[in-house]
Design a protein around this ligand. Structure first.
Ligand code: FES
Ligand SMILES: [Fe+2]
Length: 378
């Protein structure tokens, strides 16, 4: 069926091969994930010089750390000597340098080559030129964002703009003080599904009544299937019975003091393409970072962020964590159930989007346009 055969209420999805073809995924890695701003980690994971994280961005392993001058730095995690991976741990701490486990070339926290066996006998080696390859870094919302492009796209347009467009107001996100919040819980999900299925799922609420009974209890407007979260500036209102954004509607924690009356008792969801979801409720923030690993595998790291005194005092956050943890499991189960269908004959020409999902078509158009534009820029 071609799009011209469809009744007006339906528009086509991408065909199944966009979710199953390793070559298409390789294009996404090269032209989207390695060209756009990519949310790497929480800034407070790098709370002192030498603390580091390694993460997968497109086809590359990236090392983010804090240098001695306090700045956050990011490098390709590859030794300049013979190409061994420098840090194999996902996170950790070094004293003052990174030493390659192969022949012991050693790099400062600023990436410069500082030592190597017999280095003095090679005085012609420029220690900066043979330092680690730098990657662009920005800090925003208490997170480190990296970009592997030589010339990064505008952070203001792509990242800050996505949040402003959704909330309808540039200051609205500041009221949640995400920089000051702390991780109360982190859960990492290894999802056997293409990253686009996870984004598409997050963008619509047509499935909410079917698979999210606990969420629709707290946010009754989600039960009607409309993607209420995609009306500019609109936050879904808590049900009258819900005392807080918790698994059983029980009382939550104290409101983040700078959250406004308008934002109180409301839930806002934001997608920052290509790999971030931000969920705002009055007493905490749920922040998802996706790491697309293969055409059929995505790691999702989800942080529940609370006021520092909530985390420090060891207050019980279980009831709020449990609500979105269950939503995540329900969503990721649905995505995993859909992934095998992408290679079925039944989906060779794709499926259809109902009116409350039509904005997913705009995501597909954006994706294909951006890929084509970046490929043309090569
Ligand atoms: S590959 Fe790293 S020191 Fe040789
Ligand atoms: Fe969902």
């Amino acid at each position: 069926m071609t799009s011209t055969d469809l009744p007006p209420s339906l528009i086509p999805t991408l065909s199944g091969d966009h979710y199953t073809d390793p070559a298409y995924f390789a294009r996404e890695q090269q032209y989207l994930l390695e060209r756009m701003w990519f949310c790497a980690a929480r800034t407070d994971e790098l709370d002192k010089p030498g603390r580091f994280r390694t993460i997968q961005v497109g086809r590359e392993s990236v090392l983010v750390t804090r240098a001695r001058d306090g700045s956050v730095r990011a490098f390709l995690n590859i030794c300049r000597h013979r190409g061994a991976q420098l840090c194999t741990q996902e996170s950790g701490e070094v004293r003052r340098s990174f030493q390659c486990p192969y022949h012991a070339w050693t790099y400062g926290l600023d990436g410069k080559l500082v030592a190597a066996p017999n280095l003095t006998s090679m005085p012609d080696i420029d220690r900066t030129a043979y330092g680690l390859i730098n990657v662009h870094v920005r800090e925003w919302l208490g997170h480190v964002w990296v970009c592997l492009a030589d010339e990064p796209p505008s952070f203001e347009d792509d990242v800050i703009g996505a949040v402003t467009d959704r909330l309808g107001d540039a200051e609205a996100i500041d009221h949640y003080g995400i920089e000051q919040l702390r991780v109360g819980r982190r859960i990492t999900y290894d999802v056997k599904a293409n990253w686009k299925l996870i984004i598409e799922n997050f963008m619509e609420c047509y499935h909410c009544a079917t698979i999210h009974p606990e969420l629709t209890e707290v946010l009754p407007e989600f039960a009607d299937g409309l993607a209420a979260q995609y009306y500019v500036g609109h936050g879904a209102e808590f049900s009258e019975e819900a005392k807080g954004f918790t698994i059983d509607g029980s009382e939550g924690l104290d409101r983040i003091p700078t959250v406004t009356e308008d934002q109180d008792r409301r839930y806002y969801a934001i997608t920052v393409r290509p790999q971030v979801f931000i969920n705002l409720v009055p007493d905490h923030v749920i922040f998802h970072r996706m790491y697309p690993m293969a055409h059929d595998r995505t790691i999702v790291e989800c942080d529940w962020l609370y006021l520092p005194d909530v985390v420090e005092s060891g207050k019980d956050v279980e009831h709020s964590v449990e609500l979105f943890h269950r939503v995540n499991q329900q969503d990721f189960d649905a995505c995993e159930r859909t992934q095998p269908g992408m290679s079925s004959r039944a989906y060779a020409a794709g499926g259809v989007l109902v009116p409350s999902e039509h904005h997913i078509g705009a995501f597909h158009t954006w994706l294909q346009d951006r890929l084509a534009k970046e490929e043309a820029n090569t």
